[in-house]
Design a protein around this ligand. Sequence first.
Ligand code: SAM
Ligand code: DTB
Ligand code: SF4
Length: 363
Amino acid sequence: MSAERHNWTKEEILEIYNQPMMDLLFRAANVHREFHDPNTVQVSTLLSIKTGGCPEDCGYCPQAARYHTDIEGNDLMTVSHVKAQALRAKASGSSRVCMGAAWRNVKDGPEFDQVLEMVRTINKLDMEVCCTLGMLTENQAQRLAEAGLYAYNHNLDTSEDYYKDVISTRAFEDRLKTIDNVRKSNVTVCSGGIIGMGEKLEDRAGMLVALATLNPQPESVPINALVAVEGTPMEDMEPVPIWDMIRMVATTRIVMPKTQVRLSAGRTNMSREGQALCFFAGANSIFAGDKLLTTPNPDVNEDMEMFKLLGLKPQQAFVKAPQPKTVEQEESVLQPLGEKPKWTRPGHKIERNEEAKAKARRS
Ligand code: SAM
Ligand code: DTB
Ligand code: SF4
């Protein structure tokens, strides 16, 4: 029986990652079957509730204002628009809606109040609600919990070492702090990262160490393959080989046996056979819908065809954790604190991010 372990080392994880493929697949599939129904996959729909114009410099991200990518930015969506999209998602088989905002961090005020109303509205549709809004204080996490939030997504993205080559406007410790703030509430933690950003295998293992040594481990771990978007500093990155994705998913499954491993961005470049191997290796969750936040994703009908072909069933809502209760705004005991937390601004320079910025200025 595999137990959840919190003392994984980078060396152990590298050894798992690098073992012969057939051994890795066999071990991962066994762990997967101990803890999960191998024929069930959780399906989430992403909704970009506030797109573009972000002040951060995450080197992979098309929503960073400084890179001048071709995306159409917009203001915060209305609650009624969000409700209509959630109903569509539910009708197409999603059990969870994940709302993303291109923010560095959450600020108390009318926009956050509007997000809280979105959370209440979707929870009342009996769907799991997830948000990814950037950095969060403990009070903000509690207020989201009270509104009925099921999960909060905040990715470590890569190892602590490589993080400094990807993002200069906030630090790895800030990410851990937000995860800790979420953990103190009743909201489940969703945290993972991206492969294909030029990192070494040691960095992939380093990221998994950082996630697997959290106690408890995150309830959900998204593994994204970089979507290289024109205009970002990572526009010329080579696509991730499918075998790397399979190895990463399998290793994540082994070191975090109970977590929901999410096969996230990058599926448009993966064949059905490749995705099937990822499911065999322990992936048991996907993002559905023809758009992620700003980039393409397979069409829902294509995914449902794949599910049929593989005999996979979408997971019902709230089978892994009970539905949170929504506290109405008038009954809330929690007040916004209007905090101005001191999130780190490391201020180091990343050459390729500077070059992308300069290129955008010239064009
Ligand atoms: N602004 C918030 C934040 O950074 O936490 C939430 C939104 S952000 C877009 C959510 C996550 O999407 C990032 O942490 C990153 O892992 C993933 N992501 C963004 N751009 C990506 C890309 N081009 N390819 C793959 N994953 C990407
Ligand atoms: C996650 O790990 N991947 C999703 C979700 N969490 C928010 C986002 C992927 C974004 C891919 C790039 C885009 O569409 O903008
Ligand atoms: Fe902003 Fe999030 Fe994109 Fe970074 S990943 S630039 S914080 S939207």
